[in-house]
Design a protein around this ligand. Sequence first.
Ligand code: F6R
Ligand code: MG
Ligand code: MG
Length: 375
Amino acid sequence: MKTTLSVIKADIGSIGGHVAPSKDLLKTVRARVGAALGGLVSDFHVGATGDDIAILMVHDRGVGDPDVHALAWEAFREGTETARGQGLYGAGQDLLVDAFSGNVKGMGPAVAEMEFVPRPNEPFLFFAADKTEPGAYNLPLYLAFADPMNTPGLLLSPELTKGFAFRVQDVDFTAGDRVIELNAPEDLYNLAALLRDNSRFVVESIRARSDGDVAAVVSTTRLHNIAGKYTGKDDPVALVRVQKNFPATGEILAPYGIAPYVNGAMRGSHVGPFMPVPHGTGTSYFDGPPLVSCLGFCVHDGRLTEPVDLFAHPFWDTVRARAAEKALEMRRQGFSGAAMLPYSELEYGGIVAILNKLDARFTVVAPVETEPLVH
Ligand code: F6R
Ligand code: MG
Ligand code: MG
């Protein structure tokens, strides 16, 4: 019998700015999902990373199930009432439409779901990130699933040496899901050519080529494509199965030691280091830095074990200290060059408005007389 894991997350209000949801807000969401326990869902976990609340649900209804999506929508809607009642900042922010219409995809919340026949032991990791975009997982996933410098299992395990199939989505395309399948290792350079652009090309899912089983899924929501304008960064979630035919937990986590620079942070418009933090951590310095949390679970007979908070381990203190240094270093150059995002990725239209106003004040002082080129 197949099991489905669904993570649906949204920012529906937080304390002190875009920092962290209130305890009451989490309680409301938990209570609403909890009411479906033993019915629609066989188990669940509700938690927060930065200002986002993620609902992880276990069920057997497959990916994109309207009732499971409706449950999450309803929990976020009820949570929004609590957030409004408490006067939280940005209450209901990510619920971009008034009425639910069958699937939360395209309505604001981010979704990552996978369906599989569980192994006798089914360990998986649940990632949640804040103040960044879905492409923030590109580099860690590429290194974990395609680079033997990071993942010795790609050399050591006969299953892993068969490689992995990456499905990459062009998230700038709005008339549907525009995707490409690329096989590692044969397509490595093609994969790298796409994944260098975190804002446009996003790893949507990964499958093991040994047996076609799903290994990883990432939410690919682009809020500004849905709303027609930037309404906040997309703060992505991801699920990754580990061990046996998949990379080991430590191989999946290792790339986060880089604390790579990603897009997001202050006003969703800057570049900052991706800092691994314990689950439940809020944001702070410069509306960030971009955060990522990771909980490890096993799922068995539809039930989750308690989570292990993988970035709470003392090892990550050193990485956090380095990430803080990287954040301070980048901030020293303020708005200049690589520190701030290109116009297309800014959360605000202010700079474009300034440029438009200045346009009329530009003068061409040394016109170049050019004859049209005739071949
Ligand atoms: C992401 C996030 C930020 C804000 C941004 C806008 O979780 O919180 O990207 O969307 O800082 O802030 P305000 O609401 O002040 O425009
Ligand atoms: Mg926010
Ligand atoms: Mg957020």
